[in-house]
Design a protein around this ligand. Structure first.
Ligand SMILES: [Fe+2]
Ligand SMILES: [Fe+2]
Length: 207
């Protein structure tokens, strides 16, 4: 009896996993169809070397935000321009540096405030953005960037998806494949040394 129950539970679990896997494959297919050029570009690939939150890379974070944006729009039956939403979601954090690694010149202390502008500049340089895509990238940090209020439903969906993904990454509910420990430790030391040198220089100049 117990064996039969166990077998049934295992089969249900397997079916659940299979549905989940199929769902993710379908979301990935949609993303590839809408933005294959972005996924394969060197700059976007380089974001695999940058950490977003926890051990999640910026690359995986952006793909996750795109997937969740599609899921939200489907679940809530929100009519939207799917392709633009996906492209905007992939490019929303296209700032192309690791914000955990600063130096005395660019400490990235205010990264949360200024990175949407940098991402927009980089994305405008590399792609012909539509007004919706621009809105998604520029406004995704609202309400932190108080005056940059999303003006289209695609931007509202992406900013919501971004917050949810960021929360799960920050509390380590979801995991990525980023190498945080070694990179951060080394570069933090470099940063601290550069900062110390800059302070000493200022002190010497003031004397
Ligand atoms: Fe962001
Ligand atoms: Fe983000």
């Amino acid at each position: 009896m117990k064996q039969r129950r166990d077998a049934l539970r295992t089969r249900r679990q397997a079916e659940r996993w299979k549905r989940k896997f199929e769902r993710h494959r379908e979301l990935h297919r949609q993303i590839r169809a809408a933005a294959g050029d972005i996924l394969e570009s060197n700059n976007f690939m380089s974001t695999k070397g940058h950490i977003q939150h926890g051990d999640m890379t910026v690359n995986q974070h952006c793909v996750n935000v795109a997937k969740l944006s599609i899921a939200i729009s489907e679940k809530l039956h929100i009519r939207c321009q799917r392709e633009e939403m996906i492209r905007g979601a992939l490019l929303h954090d296209y700032f192309l540096y690791d914000w955990h690694v600063g130096d005395a010149k660019k400490p990235h202390n205010l990264h949360g405030f200024y990175h949407p502008g940098i991402a927009l500049n980089n994305a405008s340089r590399d792609y012909d953005l539509t007004p919706r895509e621009r809105d998604i990238i520029e406004k995704h940090m609202w309400p932190l960037t108080l005056t940059k209020i999303p003006r289209c439903r695609e931007a509202w969906i992406v900013t919501t998806a971004d917050k949810w993904c960021s929360l799960l990454e920050t509390i380590h509910y979801v995991h990525g494949h980023g190498k945080v420990e070694g990179v951060e430790a080394d570069q933090k030391t470099e940063f601290m040394e550069a900062k110390k040198a800059s302070t000493e220089k200022k002190t010497r100049a003031a004397k």
